[in-house]
Design a protein around this ligand. Structure first.
Ligand code: ADP
Ligand code: MG
Length: 248
């Protein structure tokens, strides 16, 4: 059963077509990896699905309800959360306060404030930042800031989570830890995950399925092993890059 589905999703920015007739589907519990060259429309797709941009045309359905063009606020209430490629925490708030603030916008609109704080704490614990709950973002490493971003998203108690380049700037060990973290939260929180990532080791390591964008169009969608052997994908994106990473 699909949890989210897009039909012919198109987004233009004054003449520039960033997404062209993109069909996609994510099944419940699935981890879908989205790859493609810089500028191929990956972040735009997340922005369109999560309401930050309205699609120019096409339809997006979440649990069979049309959510195309709803505001980010409404979409987040429905149980869809996301992280941002460029992290922007509130610098004057602590880790706990940042996550608790995010948790206010979650699915359970009627929960008491104290519960919001509990959700925030449990999200911080899940990403392994509990010891730094009272730190301000300025004293966190890049890896910790990325984890804070994931904690903010999962504090919303979502059913569907979008991650935009959560591993960018991380070293190998941090990448491995974050991969384990994503698998763990999927399991513990019964999540479906749609993530954008450049590091092929990660994409191959955790995706149930991979979708590829090129110039705003979907050029492939399938099992990881089929995708890395797909001629079009190799030509448009992987090239020698994956071979190099694989041997590294
Ligand atoms: P990716 O995440 O795959 O690197 P993006 O989705 O960020 O790519 O961008 C896809 C294309 O859309 C790029 O050409 C980018 O310049 C353009 N684009 C994205 N957001 C905007 C915007 N707000 N206004 C104008 N052009 C945009
Ligand atoms: Mg991007």
């Amino acid at each position: 059963m699909n949890i989210i589905k897009g039909e012919k999703v198109t987004k233009s920015f004054s003449g520039l077509v960033a997404l062209k007739n993109v069909d996609f589907e994510l099944n419940k519990g699935e981890i879908l990896g989205l790859i493609g060259p810089n500028g191929s429309g990956k972040t735009t797709l997340i922005n369109v699905i999560t309401g930050f941009y309205k699609p120019t045309s096409g339809k997006i359905s979440y649990k069979n309800h049309d959510i195309s063009g709803l505001s980010p606020h409404k979409i987040s209430r429905l149980g869809i959360a996301r992280t941002f490629q460029i992290v922007k925490p509130f610098m004057e708030l602590t880790v706990l306060e940042n996550v608790a603030t995010a948790a206010l916008f979650g699915r359970n609109i009627h929960i008491p404030k104290s519960q919001t704080r509990e959700n925030a704490k449990s999200a911080i614990e899940a990403v392994g930042l509990y010891d730094k709950s009272s730190y301000k973002p300025g004293s966190l490493s890049i890896a910790e800031l990325k984890k804070l971003e994931i904690a903010k998203a999962i504090a919303l108690s979502p059913e569907l989570l979008f991650l935009d380049e959560s591993m960018a700037g991380l070293n190998l060990k941090e990448t491995q830890t974050t991969m384990d973290l994503i698998l763990k939260v999927r399991e513990q929180r019964d999540l479906s995950i749609f993530f954008v990532e450049h590091v092929m080791k990660v994409v191959m390591g955790i995706s149930d399925r991979i979708m590829v964008l090129h110039h705003g169009e979907k050029i492939a969608d399938g099992k990881p092993n089929d995708i890395v052997n797909d001629e079009n994908v190799i030509k448009a994106y992987l090239g020698k890059r994956y071979k190099r990473q694989k041997n590294a």
